[in-house]
Design a protein around this ligand. Sequence first.
Ligand SMILES: [Zn+2]
Length: 311
Amino acid sequence: MRLVLALQAGMLRYRAKNLFLALERRVNRSRLARKKEKGSRGSSLSGFLAYHSICRKERIPACLQGEVVREADFSAQLDQLLQSGFRFLSLEEWMSRLQPPRTVVLTFDDGYSGIFHQVFPLLERYRIPATIFLTTGFLNNQVRPPWDSPSRELQRAFHRTSSLWQPLQWGQVREMATTGRIEFGSHGCSHRRLGRLPAAEVKRELLLSREEIERQTGRPVRTFSYPFGVGRYGAYRSDLEKELREAGYMAACTGEEGRPAAQTNPFFLPRFPVRLGDTGTDLEGRLAGLSDWTSRCQHIFHRLFTGSHGD
Ligand SMILES: [Zn+2]
């Protein structure tokens, strides 16, 4: 009985989320169209996009639709953002300028092999930089998604689509690093929730992952992305800024939805997750601030479905 209820709660959660996102897209597309009719470009806006895995034509279960983007959609998103006058920067480049206008930072979490086969060629073609956050234990085949999730639904879904969740090889990481356009950051060693770990474990996660990526790429690692991303799920605590600074980092991304403001702490940068079916228009709308209201809904959603996976 308990299992049935848990399964229903899981399915209800993903259905509710996908329905809400469909509504958000519809509202924002019409708001962006009206904004463009008026000739407003929102030139001072910038933000971060968070991707995970890239797929071709596979069927994606409802519970993974926040983690996968189709290759053709990704290509169309880049096209549209370029046409709309957005500039792409890596996270370190973004940090070195004062709130650059109309810029996008592409970020990829975990380190899936599709980044090398499907994303990297496109980034090379357009000469676009990106920041890839690697979980070193994932690349070393010690941990794998769905990480510590006890959800059988998630475990089955990841298993059914296992080709999308294979890790990058270190040789591929080195090849991407040589271009100078792809920046590598850390996503920890073991993809655990840093907000719930003792201080010594946090230090170990921050330092060992940084050292290994630096050893492999020969480049300094200065940026971090919190596994699970959301503070309510224990992904981070406010005192982690000190730990990150001491471990040599200059910035860190969360999974909280929103745009960075002038006063945003660079160790807790919000991002917009990119989901299956998002178009360039949807991303442009979010970067233009049209979905700022959804970050408030995100808090309510996480309160309603607390204890879930944290995507
Ligand atoms: Zn992750």
